[in-house]
Design a protein around this ligand. Sequence first.
Ligand code: NDP
Length: 316
Amino acid sequence: MKAVFVEQTGGPENLKYADIPKPSPAAGQALVKIAASGVNFIDVYFRTGLYPAPPPIVLGNEAAGTVEAVGPDVTNVLPGDRVAYAMARGSYAEYAAVPAWQLVKIPDSVDFQTAAAAMLQGMTAHYLTHSTYPLKAGDSCLIHAAAGGTGALLVQMAKMLGAHVIGTVGSEEKAQQAKAAGADEVVIYTKEDFTAKAKGMNVVYDSVGKSTFMQSLDCLRPRGLMVNFGNASGPAPDVPPLLLTQKGSLFLTRPSLAHHLATQEELDWRAGDVLKWIAQGKLKLRIHKVYPLAEAAQAQRDLEGRGTTGKLLLTP
Ligand code: NDP
């Protein structure tokens, strides 16, 4: 089967599109014939080596498709089921063997591309707004990269929960999209100082990292929560605990989706909400572009190049 992988970490030119053996499902796994695979920043981190893994690394952490076969001890899915999943590496491929418990059945009204686009970024927005800091009416939050794939979903969920949302974006066009997603105020942080507008926030959701982290601390109210959940501009700097005292007894966390899908119940809750809201039209996904699998390197260049808004997908 065709797959996209790296033998040596580095730039997008290191991605190889070539044949590798088709996997067969081991005990507890299902073989999924992939219809669409999501492109996420985590794939870039594995490609560059920021997140280490033994080579060859088949990239991709999210897909939707059809169960083709199941290994021993699998009872939750059957061949022919339409399924989607996130956080099992190897989805930039025609097939993937995935732990069956991670598979979620796709509602009939949701197509494969929508399901693939929803899982990783949707469940991330869900845990950030419902678990890391459970937002409620009257809370205020700052969301960086608010027109991005994850950012636009975060804005929508924060608004569903009644929070006041300030979003930051890199361009005028993205500002329009963040507003369309529901942001109450938008700052173009490549031109303006966002700390002037965002003051006294209950929580900052910062996926940009290096270039925004320190200023983000100044946007929080005393005892506010700093959530650094990504490294789009590079990893956030080290922080001495005393700095958190000086900035107002702040709380700091660096969460990962992997730890927020810890049980079957948690996965069913988050994926169930996300897919239900999409089916009901309450949560809108924006698919930026669908690329052939062979063009995965270009998709990653586009994601890193800050020119995209919404989801990038690959189709085998
Ligand atoms: P996005 O679609 O949000 O793309 C990244 C955006 O980050 C860009 O469009 C850009 O928006 C902004 N950005 C700011 N500075 C830079 C820079 N120097 N280089 C590149 N982009 C920059 O991507 P995703 O939705 O896939 O991911 C967003 C973030 O969320 C990533 O950091 C990712 O790691 C994180 N994430 C974390 C998870 C977790 O559980 N911890 C799970 C899922 C995602 P603009 O031009 O508006 O600044």
